[in-house]
Each structure stands twice: as structure tokens, then as C-alpha cells.
Write a protein that binds this ligand. Structure first.
Ligand code: TRP
Ligand code: ZN
Length: 887
């Protein structure tokens, strides 16, 4: 018998455990090195003997030589942390195999073989939550990107497509429900209280889309009839106690299916669509074929326990995973460098869906805010990479805002340039041409070129160049002619010192300075370093409205005066442009003030201008509350940080925070009556999930502003709102304000919230987050105490993030001047890395700001990165820390 034990992960191998970090343990993988796999695997049969502490897996692979690849005399099957029990080739025990870096290597001589491999794994010990793991007594899988190799030896790469048949068996009392991809084809009772099920997925798929779930679950179900009249059973599987909070997820799935038929012509292709919610999950959700697995956060909601924003996020993520069935599953990625092929496109699809569901203007503003909060800093920092990266050590580190959100913006630009109808012709061609294939970004671009009739030759630079382009815009007026001169620069990024000019599609309009009207929007495409565009028929100097609808993911630096911005903020008919003008008014004032570059008189004038602009928004009765709320939001500290670093080389988060809070207090003081009137009006709007969302948003915005000028009044209002709240949006909004105030109401409300929702993990996550985000002077002490709270659990990603991601995003805590915040984050990363490297590595990003921050904090941050680098790290965290220090 060939019985061998191989432990290939650092945690499983005592010899590796003490080794110093060594880059050679974590080789660089390069896009240019792609080679097709030498073998095809048309069929995969898997048998699972399920147990929480020990699961046995027998895998039977049919392999054939791949005529399109160079000939090989062996096959390499990837493995990670597996205990190998036996290997057979063509029915005979094999003894000529070897293990190389965890992978199984088998010599093969003929053109076709049957390989049978038995392995054993321990799902309970799997704290990485990659592969097969236990969560709350159930078993589930997460295979993207390279988790399948932690279940069995396999060519674990997205260009090897196989048809899967799966048999699973296990104790019926523990795992009454057994789920897998595709359709259930057989099932029955076994010995000793076990039962079994067989599943077959007719669609060939890569291993990262494999999924299995076994547990004590109940479903909320419905059916959907597709455009060609097929009936599909839809199930949302959860623990019994969560069933009452699954309606919104199920409705969202139905609407997504309908929308994808209508807008992209895409029909679902199985008779069954299962969604399972699990509470231990590294990311948001996963699009496994026919069996999506979701973080509970993106499934469970009712008005008591979930905010309006939570409802929206669920709708968006359900749609995202559903849309992957075509953009991801039917057409998958050739290799992981092509990740944006499925993610960028699918994010765009889910954004367009949500725009259609709840209004284009506000959704667009929200998406741009996320881009600026998460992606712009990434593009400006040491981890910057193109949407199609050229190299990586650990692919988990490239599930980024750049690949996802900038990826979506890049495809959105194609759509803007083509127009909606021509773009649809392009996507139709893409789906038709590449159905069933593992494709590349280049395939997508070519299909859009051919189908939509666009020339994207130069546009391809968006796939290879990192960095956020900056556009300087100048307007000159002479006679009746206005001339816009645009200059683009793409800043240097790691490994890319020099950039070429990219095509940048900008929707513009020229507004009449007296009326704020214009005679038509135009699309111009800047595709050279510098370019001028002239427009006649303007007897008076017009006001430039540019990047309307945020048609390009760039930073615009325009020479607009305060009056120009006021005009745009009040009268522009493009809602995004209005929002942008309000942001710019605040940004220019706050960045100058933070840099100490504002003379007293300029400060006074700026404050006066801003007060007027905000008053005008509060007085504008034509606005709906959702949009009014957007216009009243001050730019975030993070966005101000980026703008200050762009303008001055380094940013000072302490100064930014103080100036921003100061401005809030000033505006609130001057506008107290108006804010109070809106607050009172909005309080009278009765709760209804679909309606009154704008009113609820306005309430918390007004309350937040009032809290900075009149904490006592705000505390009273917030306490009243908290006590009378009949929904989580109002309750959380009130608690967020109270958490920042040093009042007795704070303690009462936090205690009440905890006791009220003690049995609901997602709401207790909110309880941690609200405190970690607070403006309270003792927030750092609070966070330290929360880390010791019995409900804090570093092994649960939602809980870990609820405290530490919120903390890292709270400038008053994270950037505290003595560096204590940086120390706390580094300690946390070091504690989490051995448990869950994928999630730990995501916390390195905030420390990567060290190059663009003022000198004192810069040195403190850098020394924490160096301290982390000295430890024995996972590949995930090693890569992020070393890139952060290198750049
Ligand atoms: N493909 C998933 C999505 O965006 C996300 C994903 C990638 C993921 N890797 C993961 C989810 C690891 C959970 C764990 O839809
Ligand atoms: Zn996705």
C-alpha cells in the first residue's frame, strides 16, 4: 500500500515553522509565463465521506493528453495540506509518484488514464476558511481561487474544465441537508444513521467553482420561469432561526434573473439555484455553479436588524453572484491575471442593475464614493497594480478594488463610448463567441471592438497601466468661442515609472453663467497628453461642467472659481456634477486649511461660501431627500487625504480631521435652524422599507452635523430617536451619534442595543463597528476594551473586521499622533496571520500609506511594517508587507 503523509503548509510542517521569511518560499508568478496544461480532465468523480474532524475524499479523474500543449511524461496535481492515503493509475496501486512542494507528481505514459486518489482532511482545523471547512456545525467549501487543492490533488487552475459527479455521505442527524453543484440525481439511507446524495453538474467548470455544503439547514423557496419557459427552483438555505430574514434575498434573486434576461439577454441554465448563508466567510459571497455560498451578512435582513444600506448591499451581492453565471461561469478566466474579465464586468453589471432598481443618480454617487475611498488610495500607494496585473505571489491579494471597481469603470467607459445599444451588441458577441471557454481580457476587448464597432487599440492601456490619471482642465473665452484645454498625466506607480496617454471619455456641458442652463451635453475623448476643444456660440464665458456622470475614473483639476462651483452645485442638471461641485467646494477649502495655506481672510471667505452653498441645498425644495443627503455629505477624510497628498506630496490626517470636524461644527452652527427643520420634517415620515429612505438618510446626516455644534441637543434628539426607532436605519443612525458623545445616554443606548440584539451575530458586529468608528475622545481605549470583550472572536472574519476594519478607517483612532493605532493594527495582523492569512493580509493596506503621510507618522507606520516583516509570515501577508516597504 502506498500510504504517505505530506504536510505542505507552514502550519502543518514543523520544519518550516521556524524558518525566517524568505522570498524564495513564495515565488513570483508571471502573466507572460502562461502555458496551457498538458492534460485535459473531461470527467471528475468525487466521493466524500463527511465528518467535521475527518473527511475522506476519493477522486477519480479521467485524463487525456492535451493536443494543444507540449507533451509531458507526467502530470502535476496541486495539493495543499493534504494527507495522501492512496494513489491508483488505471485501477492499479501506483508507487512511482512523488511530492514536490505539496503537489503530487505522477509519471504517465499513455494518451489516456484513470487516476484515483484518496485523501483525508480535517475541516474543523481549517481556520483559513479555504477548501472544506466547518462553520457552526456545518461543512462548506470555498475554492476560489486556489482552495480546491486543499480538498484533493487536482490541476487547480481555471483553464482546466471538467464535468463533476459527486457522491457524499455522512451522519444524517448532523448533516440532514447535502448540497453540491448542479442537480441531485440520487440519494438514500446508509448504515449507522448515515445518508448519502449524488449530484451531477452538466456544465464543465474549473475547480474554483466546485462547492459542497452539508448541514442542518432550512430553505426559503420559490420558482422562476425563464424567458424560454423553463422552471427553476430557487432556495435560500439558512439555519432555522434565520429563516424569517431571507425574503429580501430571495426577491433580489428573482429580480436579478429577470433583469439579466431583459438587459443582457442572459438566461439561467439549470433547474435549480441554491444559495447557502454561512457565518464564517472570508469575503462577501461566491458564485459556485448552481450553489452560491454567501456570507450571512449578504443574505439576512429584516427592518428590525438591517439598515437600508444593508438591504441594498444584499440586493447588489445577490445580483453580482447571479450575474457571474454568465460572466464568470459560462465564460471563465484563462488564468488569474484575467480576474477582472469576470469581476470588473460583473461589478459593472451589478451596478447597472442597482441603478435600475433604485435610481441612477444616487447609486452612481455611491459607487464613485467607494471608488475614491478604496481604489484611488490603492492606485496611489505601494500596492498599485493594473486591472490586469503582470505578476503576483499570492492571488488572494489581487481581489482588489482595482480589479473589481476600477475594472468595472474601464468597461463602463467602453459602454459610454459605444453607447448602450452598440455595447449590448458587443457583449452579445462576447457571450456567443466565448461560451464554454476560459477566456482572456483581450478576448473581451476584441469582442466589444467587433460587436460594438469601436477601435480600442489605445484604450487597451487601461488594462496595463496602473495609477489614477489626473486631468488639468483650463477654460479660455474669447469672443463667442470657449476653448477647453485638457492635459493628462498618469502618475508613476511601482514598476511603471513612465506612462503613455490614455483615451479618456469625458461628458461635458458648458453652462450659461446667468441661468445655469446649457444647450446639450457632449462626449469628448482626450487621447493625447494635451488637447484643446473649441466651442462657439458662447457670448459670455460659460462654466465648465466636466466628467458628468463620472464617465472616466480620473481626478479632474479644474480652474473653477468659487462662484462657478456654486453655480454648478445649484443648477447643473447632471446630479453627479452637482455632487462633485459640492465636494470640490469643500475639498479646496479643507485641503488648503489642512496645509496651513489659508490666510485668515480666505478662510472667512471660504466658510461664508460653503455656508451659502449648504444653505442653498437645504432650501432647494425641488430636491428629493436621497439626493439632498448626498449633496450635504462632506468629502471623507480618506478622499481629503488623497487630495492633500496629490497637492502637497504628503497629507496630514490629524490636520484634515481637525479641519473637517471644525467645518462640520461651523456649518451646523450657522445652519442649525434649517437642519433642525429638516430633521423634524423627516421624523414625521413613517417607516416603510421601500419609501422614506431619503428621509431616514437625512435624519442621520442632520443629527451628525448637529452633534458637532450642539452635543447636548444632539444627544437628546438621538436618545429620543433611538428609543422610538422601529427600524435599524434609525436606530443605528442614532446610536452612531450617541457613541461619539461623552454623555450618559451613550452608555444606556449601547447597553440596550447589546441586550436587545445579543442573539444576532450580524447586529453585534454593528455594535463593535459603531464603537470603533466613533468620534469619542477615548475611542482608542474603547477599542482595546472591545478586543478583550467575550464576544470578540478573531477567528470569525465578520467579527474581526467589525472591530479592526472600522478602527483602521477611523482617522481619530488609527492616526492618533503617538502611533498607538499603528501598533494595535500590527499586533492584530501578527495575531491573525497564522489563523487566517487571506483576511490578515487585507489589514496591511492601511499601513501602506506611509509614503504619502507627514514625516512623524510616516516613520511610525514604516517601523510597524518592518516589525511585521520580521515575523514568519504567510505568503499572503508576506507579499503585502514586502510590497508596502519596497515601493
Ligand atoms: N468571486 C467572488 C465574487 O466576487 C469573490 C471571492 C473571491 C471569494 N475569492 C474568494 C469569496 C474567497 C470568498 C472567499 O463574487
Ligand atoms: Zn465577483
Amino acid at each position: 500500500m502506498d500510504i504517505a503523509t505530506t504536510a505542505t503548509t507552514p502550519e502543518g510542517n514543523p520544519e518550516l515553522a521556524d524558518a525566517a521569511p524568505n522570498p524564495h518560499d513564495h515565488p513570483v508568478i508571471r502573466r507572460e509565463d502562461y502555458a496551457p496544461y498538458p492534460w485535459l480532465v473531461p470527467e471528475t468523480r468525487l466521493e466524500f465521506d463527511l465528518g467535521l474532524d475527518a473527511t475522506r475524499v476519493v477522486s477519480k479523474l479521467t485524463v487525456l493528453r492535451n493536443a494543444r500543449a507540449p507533451e509531458a511524461d507526467s502530470i502535476r496535481l496541486e495539493g495543499d495540506g493534504l494527507e495522501l492515503l492512496s494513489v491508483k493509475v488505471d485501477g492499479e496501486p501506483a508507487n512511482n509518484w512523488s511530492i514536490d512542494d505539496g503537489d503530487l507528481i505522477l509519471p504517465l505514459s499513455a494518451d489516456a488514464h484513470e487516476i484515483e486518489i484518496a485523501t483525508e482532511i480535517d475541516p474543523s482545523a481549517n481556520t483559513k476558511l479555504e477548501g472544506l471547512y466547518a462553520s457552526n456545525g456545518m461543512l462548506c467549501t470555498q475554492c476560489e481561487a486556489e482552495g480546491f487543492r486543499r480538498i484533493t490533488f487536482f490541476p487547480d487552475r481555471p483553464d482546466v474544465l471538467s464535468t463533476y459527479s459527486v457522491r457524499m455521505s455522512g451522519p444524517k442527524d448532523q448533516f440532514p441537508i447535502l448540497l453540491c453543484n448542479g442537480n441531485m440525481v440520487a440519494g438514500g439511507e446508509g448504515d449507522d444513521g448515515t445518508h448519502w446524495a449524488e449530484w451531477h453538474d452538466p456544465w464543465p467548470k474549473p475547480s474554483y467553482l466546485f462547492a459542497l455544503v452539508a448541514g442542518d439547514l432550512v430553505a426559503n423557496s420559490s420558482t422562476f420561469t425563464t424567458m424560454s419557459g423553463r422552471e427553476v427552483v430557487l432556495n435560500v438555505w439558512v439555519r432555522k432561526e434565520d429563516l424569517s430574514r431571507t425574503d429580501h434575498a430571495l426577491r433580489s434573486l428573482e429580480t436579478s434573473m429577470k433583469w439579466d434576461e431583459e438587459v443582457f439577454g442572459r438566461e439561467y441554465d439549470l433547474d435549480l439555484y441554491n444559495i447557502v448563508a454561512v457565518s464564517d466567510f472570508n469575503m462577501g459571497a461566491m458564485e459556485n455553479k448552481g450553489l452560491n455560498i454567501f456570507n450571512t451578512k449578504y443574505v439576512l435582513a429584516d427592518p428590525e436588524t438591517a439598515t437600508d444600506a444593508d438591504f441594498d448591499a444584499i440586493e447588489g451581492v445577490i445580483a453580482h453572484e447571479y450575474f457571474h453565471n454568465w460572466s464568470g461561469n459560462r465564460i471563465t478566466c484563462r488564468d488569474w491575471f484575467q480576474l477582472s474579465l469576470k469581476e470588473g464586468f460583473t461589478v459593472l453589471r451589478d451596478q447597472l442593475f442597482s441603478q435600475d432598481m433604485r435610481g441612477e443618480a444616487v447609486k452612481r454617487i455611491e459607487d464613485v464614493r467607494i471608488l475614491r475611498l478604496a481604489q484611488f488610495p490603492e492606485d496611489a500607494g505601494p500596492l498599485a497594480h493594473p486591472i490586469r496585473p503582470d505578476s503576483y505571489r499570492e492571488i488572494n491579494n489581487f481581489y482588489t478594488a482595482t480589479v473589481y471597481n476600477k475594472g468595472a469603470e474601464v468597461i463602463r467607459m467602453m459602454r459610454v463610448m459605444a453607447g448602450t445599444d452598440a455595447f449590448r451588441k458587443g457583449t452579445d458577441l462576447y457571450f456567443q463567441r466565448h461560451d464554454g471557454e476560459a477566456a482572456t481580457c483581450e478576448d473581451f476587448i476584441k469582442a466589444i471592438e467587433d460587436g460594438a464597432g469601436l477601435d480600442l487599440k489605445q484604450f487597451r492601456l487601461w488594462y496595463s497601466q496602473a495609477g489614477t490619471p489626473r486631468i488639468a482642465a483650463r477654460l479660455a473665452h474669447d469672443g463667442d468661442t470657449a476653448t477647453i484645454t485638457l492635459k493628462q498625466t498618469v502618475p508613476p506607480t511601482p514598476g511603471q515609472p513612465d506612462k503613455q496617454a490614455m483615451p479618456i471619455p469625458l461628458k461635458i456641458a458648458l453652462l450659461d453663467p446667468a441661468t445655469g442652463t446649457h444647450s446639450g451635453e457632449q462626449l469628448i475623448v482626450l487621447d493625447r497628453p494635451e488637447q484643446s476643444f473649441t466651442f462657439s456660440g458662447h457670448s459670455a464665458r460659460p462654466v465648465l461642467s466636466i466628467n458628468r456622470g463620472f464617465t472616466a475614473p480620473v481626478v479632474i483639476e479644474r480652474d473653477a472659481s468659487g462662484e462657478d462651483l456654486m453655480l454648478l452645485a445649484r443648477h447643473d442638471d447632471d446630479p453627479f456634477a452637482r455632487y462633485e461641485a459640492m465636494q470640490e467646494l469643500s475639498v479646496s477649502h479643507l485641503v488648503a486649511a489642512s496645509a496651513g495655506a489659508l490666510a485668515d481672510s480666505a478662510r472667512t471667505a471660504g466658510e461664508e461660501g460653503l455656508s451659502q452653498a449648504f444653505a442653498a441645498i437645504l432650501d432647494d425644495e425641488a430636491l428629493d431627500d436621497a439626493m439632498r443627503g448626498e449633496l450635504l455629505l462632506l468629502p471623507t477624510d480618506t478622499y481629503l487625504f488623497e487630495q492633500m497628498a496629490n497637492a502637497h506630496g504628503r497629507a496630514d490626517p490629524g490636520a484634515i480631521h481637525a479641519e473637517r470636524e471644525g467645518l462640520k461644527a461651523l456649518l451646523a452652527k450657522r445652519l442649525a435652524d434649517k437642519l433642525r427643520a429638516h430633521y423634524d420634517r423627516c421624523t414625521r415620515v413613517a417607516f416603510d422599507y421601500e419609501n422614506g429612505r431619503g428621509a431616514r438618510k437625512m435624519k442621520s446626516i442632520c443629527l451628525n452635523l448637529l452633534a458637532s455644534s450642539d452635543p447636548e441637543e444632539a444627544a437628546a434628539l438621538a436618545a429620543r430617536q433611538y428609543k422610538s426607532a422601529d427600524n435599524m436605519t434609525d436606530r443605528q443612525g442614532a446610536l452612531g451619534v450617541l457613541a461619539g458623545l461623552d454623555t450618559p445616554e451613550r452608555t444606556h443606548a449601547l447597553l440596550d442595543f447589546y441586550n436587545r440584539f445579543n442573539d444576532n451575530a450580524l447586529v453585534i458586529d454593528k455594535w463593535f463597528t459603531i464603537q470603533a468608528l466613533s468620534l469619542h475622545p477615548h475611542v482608542v481605549e474603547h477599542i482595546k476594551a472591545l478586543a478583550e470583550h467575550p464576544d470578540f472572536n478573531i477567528k470569525n472574519p465578520n467579527r474581526a473586521r467589525s472591530l479592526y476594519m472600522a478602527f483602521a478607517g477611523n482617522p481619530g483612532a488609527f492616526h492618533i499622533a503617538d502611533g498607538e493605532g499603528y501598533r494595535m493594527l500590527a499586533d492584530f495582523i501578527l495575531a491573525l496571520d497564522p489563523i487566517n492569512p487571506q483576511t490578515a493580509a487585507r489589514f496591511v493596506t492601511p499601513l501602506g500609506k506611509w509614503k504619502r503621510i507627514e514625516e512623524t507618522r510616516s516613520a511610525l507606520m514604516k517601523s510597524e511594517l518592518e516589525r511585521i516583516a520580521k515575523a514568519k509570515l504567510s505568503r499572503d501577508t508576506f507579499e503585502q508587507v514586502s510590497r508596502s516597504l519596497e515601493a
